[in-house]
Design a protein around this ligand. Structure first.
Ligand SMILES: C[S@@+](CC[C@H](N)C(=O)[O-])C[C@H]1O[C@@H](n2cnc3c(N)ncnc32)[C@H](O)[C@@H]1O
Length: 282
């Protein structure tokens, strides 16, 4: 386990992932019924963008750092819960911090909701457990996220989301994401799943999406954000999320915020996006 998210916190991939996560959380909060959010690869929860790790790569400057200038009003309205989550965490943890997915989830939990954060790195799991020890709505589990995914669904609330955000250190993890989404959606068909992936070799992502398109019995969206032409399969030229059982408004929302993010985050003048339906409604 070499991957440390502290080097990458707030980069362009985090921006897309966290914006989509907040849109799904907003949807879950629209009804009074409690929900559960399960984060299978949780990380540390809060990162300091002025710490040595973030400073060494400087990745956040080309991610969250480019969001300072407001977007058009309709895009800002969709980004408002994401910006509010960042502000909420900054108010508690310091003006140079950036929230990880557990902190973003926690910002949206109401009294009856639950957040379950799974992290395999022993120090990160301990840090996270310590951070949220006094919050009875949250639970931190030191476990393998893939195993936990199978064990934790369906949750007692029967309503909620699962974020799958692995580090992609091993070959074939994109295919593993596809297979895990298929299996999970059979076990808990009404859960909302967000599966994150990096885009280096676009053909690997296309293959995973085709498997899901053919095999899913539930609707899904493929949301890609490209910040560079995908010409070199060794470079991180984009990022994306598969959202199974997306809120019905998400496709229209993504058609608004994806082009804005692609334009703002493009590395060398090339920014592109894709919002594609997969599965039975694709
Ligand atoms: C991309 S980071 C997570 C970032 C986090 N979801 C966020 O958005 O802030 C991936 C995390 O998965 C952890 N990890 C690696 N292998 C794991 C496994 N098999 N099960 C659970 N966590 C794992 C890493 O230690 C790392 O913290």
């Amino acid at each position: 386990m070499n991957y440390r998210h502290a080097f990458h916190a707030g980069n362009f991939a985090d921006v897309l992932k966290h914006v989509v996560l907040t849109r799904v959380l907003v949807h879950l909060c629209a009804k009074d019924k409690p929900f559960r959010a399960i984060d299978t690869h949780a990380g540390l929860g809060v990162y300091d963008l002025e710490a040595e790790e973030a400073g060494r790569t400087g990745e956040w400057h080309d991610g969250f750092g480019r969001l300072e200038t407001p977007f058009a009003a309709e895009v800002e309205a969709l980004l408002a819960p994401y910006r509010a989550a960042v502000e909420g965490v900054r108010a508690r943890h310091g003006a140079t911090t950036y929230p990880g997915s557990p902190a973003i989830i926690r910002e949206h939990l109401r009294a009856g909701d639950k957040g379950v954060f799974v992290e395999l790195h022993p120090i990160d799991a301990e840090t996270l457990a310590h951070r949220y020890a006094s919050d009875s709505r949250t639970k931190v589990m030191h476990l393998d996220g893939w195993t936990a995914l199978n064990a934790l669904i369906p949750p007692p609330e029967r309503r909620g989301l699962v974020l799958i955000d692995p580090p992609y250190e091993e070959r074939g993890e994109i295919d593993r994401l596809g297979q895990s989404l298929l299996k999970a959606a059979r076990k808990w068909p009404t859960g909302i799943y967000l599966g994150w992936y990096p885009i280096k070799d676009l053909s690997a992502v296309d293959r995973m999406a085709a498997t899901l398109d053919a095999g899913l019995e539930r609707p899904a969206l493929r949301l890609d954000l490209m910040i560079e032409r995908p010409d070199d399969p060794t470079r991180l030229s984009g990022t994306g999320l598969i959202v199974v059982n997306p809120p019905w408004t998400l496709a229209a929302e993504a058609e608004q915020f994806l082009p804005a993010l692609a334009e703002r985050l493009a590395r060398t003048g090339y920014g592109a996006f894709r919002c594609e339906r997969l599965g039975p409604e694709g």
